[in-house]
Ligand binder design. Structure first.
Ligand code: NBG
Length: 856
C-alpha cells in the first residue's frame, strides 16, 4: 500500500494534518467559563411559534443566511431558508437534550452502528416534530409561496439500499420519540443509492447527487475530526513492565470529519444526534508536485482518501468482497468508537464502559468495531487480553438481517492482513481462545470447531464476520420470529447450542410518524376522529378501531380516503413520470428491491396469465377485477438476473398497456427510482400488498407492515413478519399461499424439478410460452431466453412450485374485492390489529431486553 501521508519514516503514531494534534480531535469538554452575561444561561430561545414569528425567521434565513431578497430568490433559496427556519425551532431542544446526555449524571446510552440510513426527506418530519406544519404553510402563503412547492425541492438522503437502512432510520426516530439517549453513527456518502432510470426498459444507473444544491440539515464539525489508520504492519515489543506487546505501525491514514444531523422526537422536546462521517485526505495536496505541473499526481492522495465515503455500495443482501467496502466499514467504526470514547470524562475507568454504552451492530457491516475496541484497550490503554475481552464482550449486541448464506459477509484473511494487520492479529487471538472453549465444551468434535471457527479455510481463508459478532455479542437477534427461529435452528445452530441464552428475537417495526401520520394524513384524521389523539406514540391503541370495521359510515369514509389517496398518487406519478393511472382499479403493489428470492417473477407470471386468459378468450373482461399492477424495484448494478427481470417487467407492461383489448381492465406501471418519497405516496393508495418471497428467505420485511397499517390487504407466503401479521390480523384478513419453510426444505431434499410444474399446469405453461414466444419483445423469441431458461431449469426460489397456489389465492382476492363491504372491513381490521408493528415497540424491546437503557 502506498504511503501517502507519512514520508517521515514510520513512527508508531504517524502525524495527521500538519500542526497540532488537538486540531484532529478537538477538546470536547470546554474550559470552565466565568459567566456574567445572563444570555449565556439559556443560550438559545426557540423562535416564536406564530405565523409572524415564523415568517420573520424565514426572512432572516433568506436574507441573512442565503443572502438574497425574496424577489430575487430561487425555489432552492426558499427551500434552504425554510429548512433552516424549521431547524432553528429544534435547536434549543437539541442543545438541551445534549446537555442532559452529557450532564454530570451520565446515563447509559446506545450507539447504533449502521453503514446505512435510508432517511427520506427531512422537512416534513421536522415540521411534524415541531408542530409547525400549519404555521409554516400560512407564513409562506403570506409571502406568496407554497409549502408544497418548497417541499418538492428536497432531495431525499438515500444513504441506504432498502429495508436494512430504512429500519435504522425508523429506529432512531423511535428512540428520539422515546427520549432514549442515542447516537446514530454512520457514513456520509457523497453519493447515495443510485438514481434509477430506464432506457428501452433496461435499468440505467445515474449518480445520486443529493448534496449538489446544499444540505441544510447537516452540521459539519471539522474540529472534531478523527484520524483513521490503515495498512502497514505490526511489531512486537516489551513494555516497561516486561510484558510482551504488539504495536501497529500503519502506513497511511485519513481524516474522518463528523457531520451532525438532528433526530427529533415527535412533539416531545427531545432531539438525538445522528453523526455521519466523511473521509478526507490528511494532506490536501502536494504543493511541490502541484507547482511542478503534475496536477493529477498532486491530488492523488486526496482522491484516494475521499473515495472511501464517495459512494454507497448498491448491493442489497449480497456483499461483494471489495477492499473499498472494508475500508468504509473500518473507517466509520473507528471514527465512531474514537468519538464516543472522547466524550467520556477525564480519567474514566474503562472497565466500566459497559455501564455507559451499548454498541448495536446493524448487521455485519460494523463488526470490525469489535477488534477495534479490543485494539484500543490493549494497545493504547495497555489492558491485558482477558480484561479487554471482558469489557468488549459486554459492549456489543448484534442484529442479523438475513438468511441467505451468500449474504453473510466474509473477508479474505489476506485482505484483512494488508489493510488492518493488528486487527487480524486480534481476531486470530479471539478465535484461538474461542476454539479452545468449543474444544473444552465438545471434546473431540473437531468438525464442530471448524464449523464455528471465526476463520474459515474453505473455499479460502476468510474471516466470518457473523461468527465474530456472535462470539462477542451480549445478545444476537433476528428481525422476526420465524427468522430468529431459523437463525437458532440453522444459520447459527452451533452457537445457539453453546449459548442458548444469547439468542433472542425482536420483530421489526416502522415509525408511525412517517408512514401513517405524514404519508397518510387522511387516514390519520379518520383515526383521530374515531379514537382520539395519542395513538401516534402508542400504536397498540389502534385496537380501538376494531368496532369501526362494523360501522358503515366509517367504512365509507375509509373508502373515500383510499380513493382520494389514489388520486393524489396519480397526480404525483403524472408529474414525476408522465404515467397516467386509470381510475377505479384495484392497486396491486409489489415494491422492494429486485431479488430472485423475493420473486418478482412470480408476480409477472400472474400478470401474464391474466393477460393470456383475456386475449385467448378464456375469461371475459367482465369477469375480472380491473387491476393496476405497480412495481417499484432497484436491482444491484451487477446482478444480471435482477436486471433482466426489470427489463421483462417493462416489456410486459409496455405490451399490455398498449393493447386495447385489455388495457381498460389491466395495466402495469413501473415508475423508476422507487425511494422513500415515492413509497410515502404509493403505500397510502394501495389496496393489495404483495409479500411473496419464498418461505424461509425474507428475514422480516418492513414494507409488509407499512402496507397493512395503511389499510392494504396482504397476499403473502408464510415468511418473515408475514407470519406475525397474519396471526395478528386473523387468517380471514390475510391471503396466505404457497409452501411453508419445512415444505420448501422437503422439496429441495427430494429434488426440485421446475419443468415438472411447467408441464403439469397448462396456465403456467401458457404464460411461460408466451414470454418465450417473443410476445413481449416484438416477436424476438431470444430476448428473454436467459430468464426463461432460468425459470425452467433452475428456479432457485421455486416460483413455479408456488404458482398454482398463488393464482388460486389471487382468485380469492378478486372475490373478496368484489364485496367492498367485506374488503373494507378487513382493511380496517388490518390497521386496527397491526399496532404491534410500531418501531416504538421494537425499540422498547431493545432497550429493556438487550441494552438495559432507560429513557430520560
Ligand atoms: C433486510 C432483509 C429484510 C428486513 C430488513 C430489515 C438486508 C441484509 N436485510 O427482510 O432482507 O426486513 O433487512 O431487517 O438488507
Amino acid at each position: 500500500m502506498t504511503n501517502f501521508v507519512d514520508d517521515s519514516g514510520t513512527p508508531a503514531v504517524p502525524p495527521a494534518i500538519p500542526g497540532d494534534e488537538a486540531q484532529v480531535l478537538g477538546d470536547r469538554i470546554g474550559p470552565e467559563f466565568t459567566v456574567t452575561n445572563p444570555l449565556a444561561k439559556s443560550p438559545v430561545q426557540s423562535p416564536v411559534h406564530t405565523v409572524d414569528g415564523f415568517a420573520k425567521q424565514f426572512f432572516q434565513e433568506l436574507n441573512m443566511g442565503q443572502g438574497v431578497s425574496l424577489a430575487r430568490s430561487t425555489v432552492n433559496d426558499q427551500y434552504l431558508a425554510l429548512a433552516r427556519t424549521v431547524r432553528n425551532y429544534l435547536m434549543a431542544r437539541w442543545l438541551e437534550s445534549n446537555h442532559r446526555i452529557f450532564s454530570a449524571n451520565r446515563p447509559k446510552m446506545v450507539a447504533y452502528l449502521s453503514a446505512e440510513y435510508l432517511l427520506g426527506r427531512q422537512l416534513d418530519n421536522a415540521l411534524l416534530a415541531t408542530d409547525l406544519g400549519k404555521i409554516a404553510e400560512e407564513a409562506l402563503a403570506s409571502c406568496g409561496l407554497s409549502l408544497d412547492t418548497l417541499r418538492a425541492q428536497e432531495v431525499e438522503p438515500g444513504l441506504g439500499n432498502g429495508g436494512l437502512g430504512r429500519l435504522a432510520a425508523c429506529f432512531i426516530d423511535s428512540l428520539a420519540t422515546m427520549r432514549v439517549p442515542t447516537i446514530g453513527y454512520g457514513i456520509r456518502y457523497e453519493y447515495g443509492i443510485f438514481r434509477q432510470t430506464f432506457v428501452d426498459g433496461a435499468q440505467v444507473e445515474q449518480p445520486d447527487t443529493w448534496l449538489a444544491l446544499g444540505n441544510p440539515w447537516e452540521f459539519p464539525h471539522p474540529e472534531h475530526s478523527v484520524r483513521v489508520d490503515f495498512g502497514g504492519h505490526t511489531e512486537k515489543y516489551t513494555d516497561e513492565d516486561g510484558v510482551e506487546r504488539s504495536r501497529w505501525i500503519p502506513s497511511w491514514n485519513v481524516i474522518g470529519v463528523p457531520y451532525n444531523y438532528m433526530v427529533p422526537g415527535y412533539a416531545n422536546g427531545w432531539v438525538n444526534t445522528l453523526r455521519l462521517w466523511s473521509a478526507q485526505a490528511t494532506k490536501a495536496f502536494d504543493l511541490a508536485i502541484f507547482n511542478s505541473g503534475d496536477y493529477a499526481e498532486a491530488v492523488r492522495a486526496q482522491t484516494f482518501a475521499e473515495n472511501i465515503t464517495k459512494v454507497l455500495y448498491p448491493e442489497d443482501s449480497t456483499p461483494q468482497g471489495k477492499e473499498l467496502r472494508l475500508q468504509q466499514q473500518y473507517f466509520f467504526v473507528a471514527c465512531s468508537i474514537r468519538d464516543f470514547l472522547s466524550h467520556l470524562e477525564e480519567g474514566f475507568d474503562l472497565h466500566r464502559l459497559p455501564e455507559r454504552i451499548a454498541f448495536q451492530l446493524n448487521d455485519t457491516h460494523p463488526v470490525i468495531a469489535i477488534p477495534e475496541l479490543m485494539r484500543i484497550l490493549l494497545d493504547e490503554h495497555k489492558l491485558d487480553f482477558d480484561e479487554a475481552w471482558e469489557i468488549t464482550s459486554h459492549c456489543f449486541d448484534y442484529t442479523c438481517h438475513t438468511l441467505l448464506p451468500e449474504a453473510l459477509e466474509t473477508w479474505p484473511v489476506e485482505l484483512m492482513t494488508n489493510l488492518l494487520p493488528r486487527h487480524m492479529e486480534i481476531i486470530d487471538e479471539i478465535n484461538a481462545r474461542f476454539c479452545g472453549l468449543v474444544r473444552d465444551r465438545f471434546p473431540g468434535d473437531e468438525m464442530r470447531v471448524r464449523r464455528m471457527s471465526i476463520i474459515t479455510d474453505y473455499p479460502s481463508r476468510a474471516v466470518r464476520m457473523a461468527h465474530l459478532a456472535t462470539v462477542a455479542a451480549g445478545k444476537v437477534n433476528g428481525v422476526a420470529e420465524l427468522h430468529s427461529q431459523l437463525l437458532r435452528d440453522k444459520v447459527l445452530v452451533d452457537f445457539a447450542e453453546l449459548w442458548p441464552e444469547r439468542f433472542t428475537n425482536v420483530t421489526n417495526g416502522i415509525t408511525p410518524r412517517r408512514f401513517i401520520r405524514l404519508a397518510n394524513p387522511r387516514l390519520s384524521t379518520l383515526i383521530t376522529d374515531a379514537i382520539g389523539v395519542g395513538w401516534l406514540t402508542d400504536l397498540e391503541r389502534l385496537r380501538e378501531l376494531e368496532p369501526f370495521a362494523e360501522d358503515e359510515d366509517f367504512r365509507m369514509a375509509f373508502r373515500e380516503m383510499k380513493t382520494a389517496n389514489k388520486q393524489d398518487f396519480s397526480k404525483v406519478l403524472q408529474r414525476r413520470d408522465g404515467i397516467i393511472l386509470p381510475q377505479g382499479h384495484m392497486l396491486d403493489c409489489m415494491v422492494k428491491r429486485l431479488h430472485e428470492y423475493k420473486r418478482q417473477s412470480l408476480k409477472l407470471l400472474h400478470i401474464v396469465t391474466m393477460y393470456n386468459r383475456l386475449i385467448t378468450g378464456q375469461v371475459s373482461k367482465e369477469e375480472i377485477t380491473p387491476r393496476t399492477f405497480v412495481f417499484g424495484a432497484k436491482a444491484a448494478p451487477g446482478y444480471y438476473m435482477a436486471k433482466e427481470t426489470i427489463r421483462l417487467i417493462n416489456a410486459v407492461g409496455a405490451t399490455i398497456n398498449a393493447d386495447d383489448r385489455v388495457n381498460d381492465v389491466m395495466r402495469v406501471i413501473f415508475p423508476p427510482n422507487y425511494n422513500v418519497t415515492l413509497a410515502e405516496h404509493l403505500i397510502p393508495a394501495a389496496d393489495l400488498s404483495e409479500q411473496i418471497s419464498q418461505a424461509g428467505k425474507e428475514a422480516s420485511g418492513t414494507g409488509n407492515m407499512k402496507f397493512a397499517l395503511n389499510g392494504a390487504l396482504t397476499i403473502g407466503t408464510d415468511d418473515g413478519a408475514n407470519v406475525e401479521i397474519r396471526r395478528l390480523v386473523g387468517q380471514e384478513n390475510f391471503f396466505l399461499f404457497g409452501m411453508t419453510e419445512p415444505e420448501v426444505e422437503a422439496l429441495a431434499t427430494k429434488g426440485y424439478v421446475p419443468s415438472e410444474f411447467y408441464e403439469s399446469n397448462p396456465d403456467l405453461k401458457a404464460a411461460i410460452d408466451l414470454i418465450a414466444s417473443g410476445a413481449f419483445s416484438g416477436g424476438d423469441a431470444s430476448a428473454f431466453e436467459p430468464l426463461v431458461s432460468n425459470l425452467l431449469y433452475e428456479d432457485r426460489f421455486m416460483a413455479l412450485a408456488d404458482y398454482e397456489s398463488y393464482l388460486a389465492t389471487q382468485a380469492k382476492v378478486d372475490q373478496m374485492y368484489a364485496d367492498q363491504v367485506a374488503w373494507t372491513r378487513s382493511a380496517i381490521l388490518n390497521i386496527a390489529r397491526c399496532g404491534y408493528f410500531s418501531s416504538d415497540r421494537a425499540m422498547h424491546e431493545y432497550t429493556t431486553q438487550i441494552w438495559g437503557i432507560q429513557a430520560l
